[in-house]
Design a protein around this ligand. Sequence first.
Ligand SMILES: NC(=O)c1ccc[n+]([C@@H]2O[C@H](COP(=O)([O-])OP(=O)(O)OC[C@H]3O[C@@H](n4cnc5c(N)ncnc54)[C@H](OP(=O)(O)O)[C@@H]3O)[C@@H](O)[C@H]2O)c1
Length: 296
Amino acid sequence: MILVTGVSGALGGLIFEGLAELEGLEVVAGTRTGDGSAARRIDFDDPETLAEGLRDVDTLVFISAGYAEDDIVIARHDAVAEAATAAGVRHVIYTSLAGSGDLMTIALPHRWTEARLAAAPFDVTVLRNGLYTEIVLGLATEAAASAATTGVFAAALGSGRVSVVDRRDLADVAVRVAAETERDLISGHRSRHAGRAYELEGLVAIGGTEIAEALTQALGRKVGYRSLSLSETRAALAAGGGLEPYQVTHTLSLFSNAKAGVLEAHHTDLIELLPTTPRPAHDLLVTTLRARAGMP
Ligand SMILES: NC(=O)c1ccc[n+]([C@@H]2O[C@H](COP(=O)([O-])OP(=O)(O)OC[C@H]3O[C@@H](n4cnc5c(N)ncnc54)[C@H](OP(=O)(O)O)[C@@H]3O)[C@@H](O)[C@H]2O)c1
């Protein structure tokens, strides 16, 4: 049996839907709000739900639960490793962070979790997910109204570019790896993916110039790019409110890494594992921005 955690989230939901469509696999949903009927209750902050929720699970698709301070995320992920061991889970597939993100603040709990899982008795596959295209889309969307007025897109990206990947592509890879793992286990073998860490970086890198070009296409007016300093961005984040303090840390770290030019990937396993061609980031950017601007 496969269990997918976090099915009410965007990635977990896509992975669960993809697996549920496949023939011959028993797939169970896990979520914090599960009541045992449509979905099992799986709350990493409540280890009792894990003891019950992981019963009879062979393949666990473990979606990281990263929205919290590091000590909380680490405690959550430790609880999952502990409970999976106790429940006799045979294979854990963990959604981690791609290598290009190694110097970002969000990398710490991911690398900690990878090491914790590697020391556990079950087999592990690490899906080192690249940064979602939605991250640059979020930057572009937030800036669209001001860009429409001023003709300028401003962000602390310098000349750095970020390799981004469509979340749906990451879900497709996870579905394939989980299905092949479960089928290998059913036929009495170790998964062909056991002990592997796959770098799922995007093939396309997007920076300030590319975002300004997408805004130009979506808004129907020329938009130029201006790089901001990190201190300007820190001040704007502090003044804007709306973010938890740890989110300010992680957001600044993203800009800092982008500006330093280290978020552009040089290697990816995406093509090897994705059943189709990667979804183009530029298309998602322009079509979403156009729809939000009310343009055809
Ligand atoms: N690669 C990237 O660019 C990127 C960007 C943002 C986040 N991430 C990481 O990737 C994960 C999945 O991304 P997403 O787009 O699906 O995020 P999302 O839509 O915001 O979903 C958040 C996920 O966290 C789960 N979660 C939160 N607290 C939990 C807890 N205490 N116990 C169990 N599950 C918990 C939620 O599960 P339920 O609500 O179903 O319980 C949900 O699946 C995120 O949680 C984050 O760690 C990656």
